[in-house]
Design a binder for this molecule. Sequence first.
Ligand SMILES: *Cc1c(COP(=O)(O)O)cnc(C)c1O
Length: 823
Amino acid sequence: MHYTSNDIVCITGGTLSSKADSLPLHAVSFDSRKIHWPHETLFAALPGEQRNGYHYIPEAYEKGVRHFLIQEAADAIEHTFPEGIFIRVPDVLKALQQLAAHHRKNMKMPVIAITGSNGKTVIKEWLHQLMSETNRVARSPKSYNSQIGVPVSLLQVDAASDYAIIEAGISKPGEMNRLATMISPDIGILSFMGEAHAEHFLCPEEKIREKLILFHDVKKLIYCSDSDWVRNAISAFATSHTSTSLFDWGTHPNAILQVVEETKQHHGLQLTCRYQSRLFRFYIPFNDAASRFNALSCVATLLALGFDIDAYLKGLAALVPVEMRLQQKQGIHDCILINDSYSADFDALKIALDFLEQQSGSYNRTLILSDLPETGVNESASYERLARLLNNCSLHRLIGIGPALHTHKNLFAPIPLTHFYETTEAFIKTIDLSGFQREAILLKGARRFQFERISSLLEEQLHETVLEISMNALRNNVKAYRRLLQPGVRCMAMVKAFSYGSGSHEVAGLLQDEGVEYLAVAYTDEGIALRKSGIQLPIMVMNPSSTEFESLVRYKLEPELFSFRILQDFTDYLHRRGILQYPVHVKLDTGMHRLGFLESECKQLCDTLTENKSVRVVTVFTHLAASEDPLQDAYTEKQANVFKSICTSLQHSLGYSFLRHVCNSAGIVRHPQLHFDMVRLGIGLYGADNSLPLDFVASLKSSITQIKHLRAGETVGYGRRGKLERDSAIATVRVGYADGYPRALSNGIGHMLVNGQQAPVIGNICMDMTMLDVTGLDVQEGDPVIVFGESPTVSEIAQLAGTIPYEILTGISQRVKRVYYQE
Ligand SMILES: *Cc1c(COP(=O)(O)O)cnc(C)c1O
């Protein structure tokens, strides 16, 4: 975008606080943590329930932002920021949408819009991947498809693009109109439509009608006609939209793009399609139904746009799973390695830099970057813009690879260390690996620079069993729970026991970024580790020991006080150090009978705390013994009543207020009346709470070391427990009980997923290995194996092993490397 404050006033009908300036603004941000070009950014202070943008104006100003879009009714703030230029509008979101609609009107390139229940982001990213080979393609970042995401996406579209691809998502009837007005697409793609009942919609027909509003004025509409109800809905749409030409794909002979044959292969799918009576074949490196749908939607779109499909067949075979693009791995010498070798355009770079910032904590930041693939008309201007971006994000070192970066190297002088190389080869020749120590390294290169050669040097070699953590799933799960909370109710995330096995600062960094208010760990050490990695959120330590008070205080950790003994010890310590009003958390035992003050101790507790000036009670809480169990609801209610009554007494004696919290994950879902001021979210974050549809976060993956073919009557493993009743194929997998795979799953109780097929465990599970019966399955040595993840889920594994998912997750051994993925 390219608007001055005056332009924005004209477009939105706002009023200006001071004299306008003539500086063109190129970017809009509503998140003060994600500002890349502060001087040319318009900060939209969106009022929100969880986060009110108005409160983040000081932070944005501090970062150098001078232009603000704020609510007409918000309190006067202008005088505090003498250099600020404030545009006041009746409704910031509406104003942003007006600006986006205006911007859209001046866009000359075709706009492609995608909506549907599933797969929008994947189709968008894949189309981008395919079309970028030959065109300049702008697209919505990440899954920006909401009332806020769409205007931000549109405003980012570069005028020089050949195409723009925009995602639109709705959750309630009535929302699509505003999105449609803004996007006003030329071409529409309907992604997969699920029939599942959606909240806020009466029936699937209502849902699809609402989605189709987006396509009112499109010239072409691309959709899959294999399901009857979608086809019927589109027919109804077509009768009133005669100027829209329909482009359907499917398996039936009347489809414009007909899928005539498909064969599942080892890791992919071979498809034969017919278009305009011509047959063509292609391969995609996936064989699940969702990927098939999304890839075919892309093929149909390419054809509908009139592209020569033969030029894209190679690209289809090289599609990359969207969630795998940003990978975080353990690097050599204690480095964090973030690898994003998928593309190096501005949008992808901004996302990766945000991720670097979020994950690097107190580590120095190094960026290894290749030339930008497409700089458009003006190379110098692009590199100047790049320099403004990079000089602003506290990089410690920049390693630039490629002739263009080399030419423009003087632009990056503000970064403390810079090195430039003409080629990847030249860098690798001179690389000194000992120069990489305890730092966060972001690798970001256009494909032709082959940065995978660099990453294999910087990556720590892994034991081949890894626990993959999906950062997107974690984010979605936090959001799913937060949606259940009334405005103002805070969220404490439980990151004890290495975040239920998922990692410590990696998860905590994400939670901090997601706006969680509090963290809790079990022991002081865990809190110290988080602080050392740069986590700044308040941290509650549930089981502090008196010998560690010194470090507890040094690292600003807040103890849980659960007995008179620890209260006394801590007060004595604070007194000796002359510390007053140290924040503490009081734990009440209302029925769990583990830690905490009992109801009978209430009077004494009130008296002790009232006189005590050393501590300040910031929260009071209790833990439910059976929040998940409907049969125990009466007990839960009793616990809550005891809690309320002690809180009232405490409040009365202390004379100041504190936050109250009771619910764990299951409690959040099952007992909305007990949310009080805060909730403590644990297992649900990691996707293993059955009371809510959640995304699975952790997948334990391994691989097959050997396959052997044995005769009926032979036996497998220790104790000869695996008796073969038929001639069998037996695969040995690199995972055993020392990795945390429970031995209770031996002898056919457990199974793993091999190339989408279930293979039962045969014989006893060993320390480092497990044998699977793969007779008749399509498997080869070296193939990946899913121990748990999407299927079997960690909950299924736990049930089979006679335990709970908590124990499985926290039992995954530290020798299993954690790998983090983000879209
Ligand atoms: C672990 C823990 C939680 C979180 O419980 P989940 O069932 O994992 O949500 C909440 N509160 C306390 C005191 C805990 O120890």
